[in-house]
Design a protein around this ligand. Sequence first.
Ligand SMILES: [Ca+2]
Length: 188
Amino acid sequence: MMRLTAQVLVCAVVTGYFCSQANAFPQYLTAFEAKYPSSTLPARMTASPIGENCGVCHHSPTKSDLGNCYREDIIAALATMTIEQALDSLDGVDSDGDGAPNGMEITAVRSDLPGEVGYSPGRVGPTGTDPCLGAGTPLPTGQLETPPPVPTVSTWGLVVFTLSIMVAASVLMQVRLRKAVAVVVVRR
Ligand SMILES: [Ca+2]
């Protein structure tokens, strides 16, 4: 009887732990939405095959599984700080390793999805899979979750552009100088 009571007590404690964790998740999502008010990522997760805004961090439908890369970083940060501080500290971090910092991904305007703002900071690629795969059967979003690379001007491109400007300025100055000399000659 005592053994059964102990088992029930352990289950209650464990269940209570996960329940308290689960109850805290809306608070985390609220903090996320407060930090990134322009992002439509939570709503897009609900509209995606994932089917709920918890998909910003979790692998639906099981919330107790390991989460995506972003969630794993948040959990690590929460060991020493509040959720608001954790979100701030991770803003410049590239949790999913796709080359784009979390804050940039979350607030990037989608050219492929008119009206939408934000890629997933915890998923990558054209189907939105999670490189930090946890347990369970995590659903891909079925949408691009890595921002297109930002076009950059190469060093040689910058050199050619600068030289072109210098040559154009030099030619313009020579033309003006010749006109000025011609005016002086005519006046004499
Ligand atoms: Ca991503």
